[in-house]
Design a protein around this ligand. Sequence first.
Ligand SMILES: *Cc1c(COP(=O)(O)O)cnc(C)c1O
Length: 235
Amino acid sequence: MPENIAANLAAIHTRIAAACARSGRNPSAVRLVAVSKIKPAADVSAAFAAGQTVFGESYAQELRDKAEQISAPVVWHFIGGLQSNKVKYLRGHVALIHSVDRLSLAEEIDKQWGKDGAIADILLQLNLGAEQTKSGTTAAALEKLVRQVAMLPNLRIRGLMALPPWEDDPEAVRRYFRELRELAAGIDALHIPQVEMNELSMGMSHDFEVAIEEGATLVRVGSAIFGERCDGGKR
Ligand SMILES: *Cc1c(COP(=O)(O)O)cnc(C)c1O
């Protein structure tokens, strides 16, 4: 319901501001990505009317379909697992891809964006809990991947993203958020051309405040804005 979406967004912004105040951060350094996967385009329009501009989607065709349906100038981010053969659906629609976890995927994005003479902004996704069911590169493999992806001409690495293991207590996730921040600092210190570590995409409905305290610049919040999804629970 549109009224709920506006009220939920206001409540999230209040909580973001409080988390920033607790950790001495400027709220303008934290961007809210409203995760609208599986939700109808009307919900996106309602959130946009309430002032939300950045939306995250996890399925390539769904993002393309919504982008074509919605005329408002929303900014789309892709946050889900991505097969190389679906990259073509994102071309021309997406401002940031959070979920690049392997060279072959980066090469396909480079190829597709190159067709438009465009530069793709991407984040590299880490699988910090070494979970079988999740995508993401490992901390040990990160530097090599960064160096390989940085050679691609139509891509720019802007930072890192993680989807840590689910914990009932958000405090238990704090160590993963801290690990992501430290990995980014380590890459930053290498001063690799074409590589910036300005963005840390971490934190969801359940744990975004802890993520902000640990340095998140992009928080990906879905159910706390749009309500629960019927996608099989906790992910
Ligand atoms: C679905 C999803 C989210 C949002 O999760 P909520 O718990 O609904 O806030 C964030 N990040 C990714 C990668 C997702 O797939």
